[in-house]
Design a protein around this ligand. Structure first.
Ligand code: NDP
Length: 247
């Protein structure tokens, strides 16, 4: 077991799903956890729920598409806890659609949240980590960052980008003590599909329903913890976790 007492973790997209479960995991291991997302009510609920955990919790309402919000998130964390040991860029949306249906607004949102949000996170925390010559940056990509599915041209594009950005970052900072990890889950039972509005996609997904048992968020939280909790000389660059039977 690692010693997370006195260490600080920032999680974006902490108001539900994978982010929420990961916050619970790290708070349970004694870390200070800064919960970031747009829905302040959900962050407050989570903070109350986790009140009895050994780690301390703080919330910072953040829209990852707004660079200043992300800079403020990191600065708030440094001011409150003195350091950032782990940033998990996890905020994301998945409004799958067929390109012929031209959900242009959703294309833009996915690029802004799933790609630019990651860049803003890296940009905000990197100077601090380089100065300390330690830290860990993780990003939640997906199996969709390896394989393209019908209706996923844009979503998969953003998840390929997130994975490549992390790989590029890892190469750039090789030789430092900063580590980088891409987390690539298969299907996890969360609120993620609620952003889908394309009727053709909803119809397609209904037909696929029940082919395998989806993962739970806690399964991914455990994978994230595994990668974060290695000795400092061990850099887990990617973790791929899919439900058994998911193609
Ligand atoms: P959820 O929908 O439960 O969580 C998404 C989180 O992202 C929410 O906390 C949401 O909070 C946050 N978010 C969305 N937009 C913004 C924004 N502009 N600024 C800040 N936070 C934002 O889904 P998951 O937990 O499943 O998703 C987490 C990550 O995992 C995503 O990147 C997703 O792509 C990835 N993933 C998920 C898989 C799955 O099957 N569920 C599979 C592979 C990868 P709020 O609305 O309060 O801002």
């Amino acid at each position: 077991m690692g010693d997370w007492n006195g260490k600080t973790v920032i999680i974006t997209g902490a108001s539900s799903g994978i982010g929420e479960a990961t916050a619970a995991k790290f708070a349970g291991e004694g870390a200070n956890v800064v919960l970031a997302a747009r829905r302040e009510d959900r962050l407050n609920e989570l903070k109350d729920q986790l009140g009895s955990q050994p780690g301390e919790l703080a919330i910072k309402t953040t829209d990852v598409t707004v660079q200043q919000d992300v800079e403020d998130l990191v600065q708030f964390t440094i001011d409150t806890y003195g350091q950032v040991d782990l940033l998990l860029n996890n905020a994301g949306i998945m409004p799958l659609s067929f390109m012929k249906n031209k959900h242009v607004d959703e294309w833009e949102k996915m690029v802004d949240i799933n790609i630019k949000g990651v860049l803003f996170g890296v940009g905000a925390v990197l100077p601090h980590m380089l100065e300390r010559n330690t830290g860990h940056i993780m990003t939640t990509s997906s199996i969709a960052g390896h394989e393209v599915m019908p209706s996923g041209a844009v979503y998969c594009g953003t998840k390929f980008a997130a994975r490549v950005i992390m790989e590029g970052l890892g190469k750039e900072i090789a030789g430092s003590n900063i580590r980088t990890t891409t987390i690539s889950p298969g299907v996890v039972d969360t609120e993620l599909t609620e952003t889908i509005t394309d009727e053709d996609v909803l119809e397609m997904l209904k037909k696929r329903f029940g082919q395998f048992e989806a993962l739970q968020s806690v399964d991914i939280a455990e994978a994230i913890y595994y990668a974060a909790n290695q000795p400092l000389n061990v850099d887990v660059n990617e973790v791929i976790v899919r439900p058994n039977n998911q193609e």
